[in-house]
Write a protein that binds this ligand. Sequence first.
Ligand code: PHE
Ligand code: ZN
Length: 880
Amino acid sequence: MTAPKETFLADYQVPAYLIESVDLRFALAAAQTRVVSKMQIQGNPAGSGGDLALDGEHIELVSVKLDGRVLAGNEYQRSDTGLLITHVPERFTLEIETLIQPDKNTALEGLYHSGSLLCTQCEAQGFRRITYYPDRPDVMAVFTVTLEADKTLFPILLANGNLMVRGEASDGKHWAKWHDPHPKPSYLFALVAGDLHCQQDSFTTQNGREVALEIYVDHENSHKCDHALRSLKQAMTWDEETYRREYDLDVFMIVAVNDFNMGAMENKGLNIFNASCVLASPETATDDDYYTIQSIVGHEYFHNWSGNRVTCRDWFQLSLKEGFTVLRDQQFSADMNSEVVQRIGDVNQLRIMQFAEDAGPMAHPVRPASFIEISNFYTVTIYEKGAEVVGMLKTLVGNAGFRKGTDLYFDRHDGQAVTTDDFVAAIEAANDVDLTQFKRWYSQAGTPVVTVKGDYDATRERYTLTLSQSCPATPDQTEKAPFHIPVTVGLLDKSGQVMPLQLEGEVAEEPTDSRTLELRDAAAEFTFINVSSEPVPSLLQGFSAPVKLVAQQDNDTLAFLMAHDSDNFNRWDAGQTLSINILLGLVADYQQQRALAVPELLLTQIAAVFVLAESDPALVSRMLILPSENYLAAQQKVADVDGIHAARTHLRKTIAQRFKAEFEALYQSLNTQKKYDFNADDMAQRDLKNVCLAYLMATGDPMQTQRCLKQMKQANNMTDRMAGLRLIADQAGPERETALRSFYEQWQHDRQVVDKWLTVQAQSNLPDTLIRIKGLLKHPAVSMTNPNNVRALIGQFCRNNPVNFHAKDGSGYAFLAEQICQLDDLNPQVAARQMGALGAWRQYDAERQALMKQALQTIADKKSLSKDVYEIVTKYLADK
Ligand code: PHE
Ligand code: ZN
C-alpha cells in the first residue's frame, strides 16, 4: 500500500476561507440520510485565497450550488478525501447535498446507528463523513440545524444550542430546528435522534440564567440518571466558584449511547456519552464507576470553556483543551472526594501508562510535531501529561496567580481558536514571569530523570541538595535541552518532625515547611541554612513534576518516610518505592531459584499502617496495594513477567498470612449493611474492606472463598458484589463456575454489568483465560462492533493480564494480532487502541521479542490496513 500522508505542525496555514454561518438540514433515516448544507462563505482576509478546498469522506455527492446556481461537473474536483471548487467569488453561498448511510457505519465516526438511535461523533475529523466542509477547528461558524425524521422511531430530535421550533410533517414525520449562537468548529457539531427517556432538572447560574438540564437514556435506564445529574450540578457550581466560568445556553443535554469509541464528547450543549460513563445505580455500578462518572461529567462540562468557548487552532494543540480540562476535572474530583486519593490515582496512571508511552516507539511531545492519523494522539501524553504540565504552571505561579492567568486566557481568547503558546502567554502576562524555558515541556517528549543528592554540614548547620536532570532520547529527538522543573521538598528531623526551611542567600522570609525549588539547568545546588540536625529529605512532594526521581534512599530511609512524611502522598510513594525494591529482590531470588525471603522491614512498616485504619481508611487501602505487575515490569531491564507475578503473589501471601488477624478484624468491623451512598467516607470504607477481603483470599484458606460468596449474595451494592466475583474468578474450583454462571443469569439484561463480568474473566490469572476469552467472543451478549465489549475482553486481557498475555508460547500475541486484523475492518480507531500492548516489545526477552514482532508483522501485512493501525504498527516495527 502507499504510505498515508503525514501532517506537520510546521506546515500550518490559516484557512483560505471562513464560514460565517451554516444551515444544515437532515432527512434522517438509518439506511440513508440526506444532508443539505447551506454555507455563507467569505475569503479570509489573512488567508491566501485561491480554490476552495472542502474535506469529505465516505459520502455520496448529490449536487453543489453556488449562489443558487447548480455547478457543472467541470467546476469542481472530487476525490476520496474532499471537494475542490475552483473560481469562487469573495463572498458567496454554497449549498451542498449529500447522502450517507448510518447503518453501515461501524467506525462510529460521523453519523451512525447505535441500537435504535442515530447519533454523531465528529471529533476529530468525523464531520467530513457527514458533509463537505472545511473540517478544521480554526473555522468557526454559527450553526442552525433542522432535523426531520419518522415520529415513532425518532420521537426525540436533538442538536446543539437552543431549540427554536418544532413541527409536524407529512408521512408520519416530524421536525425540530435548533440554533447555536456560539460560533464553533465542526468537531463540536452533534445530533441525536431516537426514542429516549428524558430526565429533567434545572440549574440557576450565578448571574441568574435558568438552565434546563436534560439527560437522555434508553427507557429501561430511567432510574440510573440521578448520579450523573447530581455530578453535573456539582460541576456547574464548582466551575463558577473555582474558575468563574458560567454556562451560556438555555439547555445542557447529555445523551447516553451504547456504542461509543471513547468515554464521552463535549459537543456544545449536547454532550454525548458512552452509556458506561453516565448510568449508575447502587445495584449495578461500583464505586469506581460512580467516581469515573462524576469526573467525566465534570470533564465534558468543563470543556464548555476550556475547549468550546476557547478552542484549538489545529489538532497539534489538542492538549490545550485536553490537558487543561483534565487538570480541571482532577481538581474537581479532589474537591468532591479526597485530595490524596485523587493524586495517588492520577500519579499511578501517569507512571504506569504515560511513562511507558514516553519510553516506547510512540513517544511524542504534549504538542506533537506531526501525525498520520490524529485519532492516534488521544493519548495519555496529551491528556495526563498535558494535565501535569498545566499543573506545574499552577505550582510555579501559585493558586492565585494561576487563576489570574486563566481569567486572562478566557477573556483574551473567548471565541477564538488558539495554541498552547497562547495559553502560556496568558499565564506569563498575568504573573509577569518568563516561561520560555518552561515551554520545552510542550515540545520535548520523554520522561526526565531527576537525580538528587543530599549533603549535611553539621558544623555550619547547612544542608545542600544537588539536583541534576537528564532526559532519554525519544524516536524523533535525540538531544534534549534542560527542562524547567518545580521540585517541591521538605525536610524531616530524626523524630519525623518537619523542619522549617530557609534557603541560603534569600531575604529572610517566614521559614516554611515545604519549598518548591526550580531546577532549570542540567544541575543545581540548593542550600538550606540553620538546619540543626541531619535531615531526611522529602522529595518531589505531591509529585510536583512528571519525572522519575532517583534519590538513592535506602530501604531504611524509605521506611522512615513511609511512617513519618508530612506529605501523605509521599508517605504512599515511599511505601511504593520500598515495595518495588523488595519485589525486585524477590524476582532476583526467583530467577536464581532461591527461596523468596521477604525482609522484616516491610512487614514492620505494614504493621504500622494498620494504626491509621480508623482515621484514614482511604490512605490505608492505597498503602496496602502493591505496585502493579506492569509497573514492576517497566522497572526492569528485561521484564520478567513470570518472575514478577511469582514475586508479587508471594509477597501478597506473606502479608496476608502475617496479618491475617488484622485483616479479619478490619473486615468484620467494616462489613456493615449500611445503605449505599456515594461519598468519600463510605467509599473509603468499602475500599478498605475489599482490600482486606483480597488479602484474606490470598491466605489460601478455603473458608475465605465462602466469605466471598456470602458477600456476593448479601451485598446491597455492586462494589461489594464485584469485589467478591473478581476474587472468585481468579481462583480455580467449582465455586468459580457457579459464581460466574449465576452472576450472568442475574445481570444479563444490563450491558454495563455484563461488561464487568467479561472484564473479570479477561483479567483472571488462571491459565485457561485465553480459551475462555475465545469462547466469550462467540457469546450472544458480545459483539465486535461494540467498543465496550472489545475493551472488556480484548483490552483488559492484553493490558491488564500480563502473565497470560505474555504467555511464553506467544498465544496471547497471536490472538491480539488476529483480533486487530478483524477489528480494523470494522472500527479502525478501536483496533488501533488495542495495539498498545505490543508497543513495549523491546522490553522482553529474545523469544518473546521475536513472537511480538511476528504478531506486529502479521498486522502490517494485512491488506487495506487503516491509517490508524498503519501508523502505529510502522512506528512499533521501526523501534530501534
Ligand atoms: N474530546 C473528548 C474528551 O476528552 C474525547 C473524544 C475524542 C471523544 C474523540 C470522542 C472522539 O472529552
Ligand atoms: Zn476532553
